[in-house]
Ligand binder design. Sequence first.
Ligand code: TZP
Ligand code: MG
Length: 223
Amino acid sequence: MPVDLSLYLVTDATPAILKGRDLCEVVESALEGGVTVVQYRDKFNDTGVQIEIARKLHQITKKFNVPLLINDRVDVALAIGAEGVHLGQDDMLFEQAKRLLPKDAIIGISASTIEEAQKAVADGADYLGIGTMFATATKTNTKNVIGTAGTQAILDAIKDSGVGTVSIGGINHSNVQRVIYQSQSAKKGLDGVAIVSAIIAADDPKASAEKFVELIKNPPRFA
Ligand code: TZP
Ligand code: MG
C-alpha cells in the first residue's frame, strides 16, 4: 500500500523544542490533527532510551494506522518492528539497510542534489526527502539550502520514476502553499511536506497539524 506522504511529521527530541513536554504526547496530538507519517528523529537520547521512546511512539502511530519510520537507526527500527527507516547521505547505505530490514519495510532517502536523487531512485528508495528547502534553526549543519528552484530541478529529474517526494526545511503555515504550488510547476509535483518545529514546537500541535491539512488541501490564494 503506498504511503500517504502529505503531512509528514519529523520529531525532535531536544528539550528546548519540546518545551518540557513529553514527545509521545506531542506526537499523539499531532496525529489527532491529521499527520499522515511519523519519522522518529532523535539526535539527543542514547540508544536504550531511543528504543524505549520508539516503542511507545509505535503504540501510538498504530492506533492511527500511520507508519512510523526511524531516522538514521536501522537497529532501532529492527528492535521495535517499525514500518521503515529514513536514511541520509551519511547513514547506512540503501542496499545494506534493504538487506537487514523486512522485505516490505519503507526506506526513504534524503537528497539535496539531482545525482543523490537519481541514485536513490535507481537503488529502489520508496520516497525521497528533498531539501533543505529553506534555512532552518532545527538543522543548522545542512549541506545545501536548495529552495524551490533546486527542489523543482530534482523533481523534474526523477519525474518518470513514480517515487514519492516530500520537501523538508523551514516549512511553516505561511509558506507551505508556496512550497506546494511552486512544485506543481515542476513536471512532477511534491507528494507532501515534512515538518519539524512548526508542529513539534507549536503551542498546540493538533491545531498546527489541522491548519497544515487545511492549507495543503486548499489551492493557494496567491496562485
Ligand atoms: N533535514 C533537512 S532540514 C531538517 C532536516 C531534518 C529540519 C527541518 O526542520 P524544520 O523545523 O521543519 O525547519
Ligand atoms: Mg541521518
